[in-house]
Design a binder for this molecule. Structure first.
Ligand code: HSE
Length: 447
């Protein structure tokens, strides 16, 4: 095995790190590593230093590293440099980043990455290559930025059977939803503000369509349940269709709407879904506002736990990157078979539990329908729900405004299967007294 071992003599030497891409997170990593170098060395058992940076903008890279490290514009030089022990990949995306990570692994280097898209879509291939080569791949920074959620799931909660995880794992969308609720603003207006503040990317599609959250959820589900990463099986729904009206009605019923990533082990399989979700306003997680992230994890032994913090940003993300560097430094001398497994479970003990389709998922629902304000309408709707064995938990009917002949009815249901509610909605929409389509938002009590 071409494993990377460090003998006692090597232990005296510092760990040499190469940085692929020096933007916001890269410069944060350089600065924190330097600022806290003494403490970090005391914790890791040896010094950790960035000695090489690869970035297309070499002038800016030289400036950001005060001319103290070797700067190259060809990333291939870095991943093949014999002096580099650990490669930090901060390029992002699945293209060139994947090639470079695989090359680094092939060259016997450990890898630290913040790239959730890469791990969620190509993690299985990357971990296999790393295992064959006896090197570590660490990705704490890929999920919820500075919150040590990977560490918590993989190590701190290792005694538990994880039952479910529910997380606010995209700061951009949480900021947008908070502003929409607080200020009664429309989605488009708040999105522009999020971009101005630098929360949302110039192309915010991955954030607002739920893809970024689904990447992070996919990774957490694998670690929680010991299944391969399967981003393609995730149900992904963003916040672009959410209306300010529904945020207001939810509030009147005692709920907040959040973009949640939810994964749950059931007897039939694993739920893996990202969508706007009503949660009781009294839950701690419902009060996570702005660009903050929070992840709830329920384990059979520990019960419910909650992890809160910054999910993005230069030094919060650097905090996670450096924690990985320290872990690798500590474990580099360990026999590869006795290190912490990439996905928490030993590679030969992974489960093939199926990921459920959305139609098989069981949850509660918020339904809003616009109806003619005349006798019998409500009875028709409730009969359809009763015929489908869907029980109503709460109801709100808006007083029609002066001169109006139509009004909104809002219903909260008890739990039912998604395919069941879909069939009932189709029947409700077919009623001549119901105008347009029924708005459906999922609801989780999280208890
Ligand atoms: N764009 C992400 C967010 C941060 O808004 O949370 C990086 O994952």
């Amino acid at each position: 095995m071409a494993a990377f071992f460090i003998n006692d003599e090597d232990n005296m030497k510092s760990i040499k790190v190469g940085l692929l891409g020096i933007g916001t997170v890269g410069s944060g990593t350089f600065n924190v590593l330097k600022r806290n170098q003494e403490e970090i060395a005391r914790r890791a058992g040896r010094a950790i230093e960035i000695t090489m940076v690869a970035d297309l903008n070499t002038a800016r890279a030289t400036e950001l590293t005060n001319g103290e490290v070797k700067v190259v514009n060809d990333a291939n030089l870095l991943v093949s440099d014999p002096d580099i022990d650990i490669v930090i990949e901060l390029i992002g995306g699945y293209g060139i980043a994947k090639d470079l990570v695989l090359k680094a692994i092939a060259n016997g280097k450990h890898v630290v990455t913040a790239n959730k898209a890469l791990i969620a879509t190509h993690g299985n291939e990357i971990f296999k290559a790393a295992q064959e080569k006896g090197v570590m791949v660490a990705f704490e920074a890929a999920v919820a930025g500075g919150i040590p959620i990977i560490k918590a799931l993989r190590e701190g909660l290792t005694a538990n059977r994880i039952q479910w995880i529910a997380g606010i794992i995209n700061g951009t969308t949480n900021f947008i939803l908070s502003e929409m609720r607080d200020k009664g603003l429309d989605f488009d207006v708040v999105l522009k503000e999020a971009q101005r503040l630098g929360y949302a990317e110039a192309d915010p599609t991955f954030d607002i369509e739920g893809v970024d959250a689904a990447h992070k959820l996919t990774i957490m589900a694998s670690i929680a349940f010991g299944i391969p990463v399967q981003f393609d099986k995730a149900h992904v729904e963003g916040i672009t269709k959410l209306q300010a009206t529904d945020i207001r009605y939810a509030e009147q019923l005692g709920y907040r709407i959040k973009l949640l990533g939810i994964t749950r082990q059931t007897e039939q399989g694993i739920e893996l879904r990202v969508h706007p979700t009503l949660i009781p306003a009294t839950r701690l997680i419902a009060n996570v506002e702005g660009a903050m992230n929070a992840v709830m994890v329920r384990g059979d032994a520990v019960g419910e736990t909650l992890y809160y913090g910054k999910g993005a940003g230069s030094e919060p993300t650097a905090s996670a990157v450096i924690a990985d560097l320290v872990d690798i430094t500590r474990l580099a001398t360990a026999d590869p078979e006795h290190r912490v497994p990439y996905l928490a479970f030993q590679p030969n003990s992974m489960a093939d539990t199926p990921v459920l389709s959305m139609a098989d998922v069981t949850t509660s629902y918020y339904l809003r329908m616009h109806v003619a304000d005349k006798p019998g309408v409500l009875a028709d709707v409730t009969r359809i729900l009763a015929d489908s064995s869907i029980s109503i938990d709460a109801m709100l009917q808006k007083e029609p405004t002066e001169g109006e002949t139509q009004t909104d009815i809002i219903m909260l249901t008890h739990q039912t299967q998604e395919r069941n509610i879909e069939a009932a909605i189709a029947k409700i929409e077919a009623l001549s007294t119901v105008v347009g389509s029924v708005t459906k938002i999922r609801l989780e009590e999280l208890n």
